[in-house]
Design a protein around this ligand. Structure first.
Ligand code: ATP
Ligand code: SF4
Length: 337
């Protein structure tokens, strides 16, 4: 996968997200910095509970209560016009941002198709709401094109959701998201309910489409092997923090954080040499009682003296100078700033 580093599209800085308020609050996302560039596919990986969905919901301001963004900024850079902080948008501006700039496909999105309407009506309604000026013929053409692009025959537009398989319905949802021609597509485990072959097909199509249409993708999954194959860069989350971020080839060949290495050993590689699958012993930390120092230390096979007391800072590792990667681990001292 070629690295496409262009202008930033979305810059997340020092983002904190809590569930609950005051003494009852637990911090699910901690001081997260992540930039998605134009045309880039960024993968976000981590075990269940690491904070991936909370980050996606926080960034798009779709957090269900009691979730609250407790700090940080999310700067969006439109194609024309000045950058703005998504967290400061009022209700009307936020609505416009969601329709015009981003599309989100969540896990199980296929279940949000309305069972009593055919696919064509649902796709056409979405396109009409987004681009009211478009003629009916243009809307039909767009809907057909998007279905074709996600590998569904045009005649399926006439189908009701129950006449399609789960995989097809999920593809329809992805096609619908893309029909609105967003700049940023956020996909939160959109393919988990599908088999591995189908997951790969859908992701492959998405990456091809990105090359044609130029949108950026934030793809969230616990399956690192999928990301290694399809993303330009990967960020790894643990206990609400990003602990490593690097081009996907670097994560695959030379993961620096022991947690990234453990995740890689938890899934069979889709291509390349076979790895022994050993997984990661132990369980993810409880947000209400995070371990001191490096939160991964109780599970880390490489922990040493400072790990249980000093929090490692995410930064560019001194032993990989010149590489576009960051890590938060005492094994790889970083240059501050
Ligand atoms: P998964 O892959 O299972 O969705 P994730 O990495 O996306 O996991 P989140 O769903 O973001 O993780 O959850 C992060 C943490 O926030 C978890 O510890 C979870 O228990 C907690 N959490 C999520 N939703 C709520 C909620 N509504 N109230 C309290 N805590 C929550
Ligand atoms: Fe392991 Fe220490 Fe690195 Fe944490 S800081 S990942 S405990 S070696």
């Amino acid at each position: 996968m070629t690295q496409v580093l262009t202008k930033p599209l979305l810059e997340i800085k020092h983002l904190d997200v809590d569930y609950g308020l005051g003494d009852a609050a637990v911090r699910a996302v901690r001081d997260v910095n992540l930039t998605i560039h134009r045309g880039e596919v960024v993968g976000l990986a981590g075990e269940s509970g690491s904070g991936k969905s909370t980050l996606a919901y926080g960034v798009t301001r779709l957090l269900p209560p009691p979730g609250v963004v407790a700090g940080g900024s999310v700067t969006y850079h439109p194609a024309d016009g000045e950058p703005y902080d998504v967290l400061s948008l009022n209700h009307a501006e936020l609505r416009k941002f969601r329709w015009a700039e981003t599309s989100i496909v969540f896990q199980g999105a296929m279940n949000s198709l309305n069972p009593v309407h055919k696919i064509d009506i649902q796709m056409m309604d979405a396109i009409k709401a987004h681009e009211p000026g478009l003629s009916k013929a243009a809307r039909v053409a767009r809907a057909k094109e998007m279905l074709r692009l996600v590998g569904i025959a045009e005649d399926r537009l006439e189908a009701y959701p129950h006449q399609l398989s789960g995989g097809m319905r999920q593809r329809v949802m992805i096609g619908m998201a893309l029909a609105l021609q967003p700049q940023l597509v956020i996909m939160d485990e959109p393919t988990t309910a599908l088999d591995v072959v189908m997951q790969r097909q859908i992701l492959g199509q998405l990456v091809e489409l990105r090359e044609r249409l130029g949108f950026s993708v934030l793809f969230i999954t616990h399956d690192l092997s999928l990301l290694v194959e399809f993303s330009d860069r990967i960020a790894i989350m643990y206990g609400g923090r990003i602990v490593e971020e690097a081009p996907s080839a670097d994560i695959y060949r030379d993961p620096l954080h022991p947690y990234s290495a453990g995740l890689l050993r938890s899934f069979p590689a889709l291509r390349g040499e076979r790895r022994e699958l050993t997984g990661i012993p132990g369980s993810p930390p409880d947000l209400r009682g995070m371990p001191t120092g490096c939160s991964f230390h109780p599970r880390c096979p490489k922990r040493f003296e400072p790990c249980d007391t000093i929090l490692p800072i995410l930064g560019k590792p001194d032993d990989h100078v010149g590489r576009a990667r960051t890590v938060a681990c005492h094994l790889h001292p970083v240059t501050a700033g």
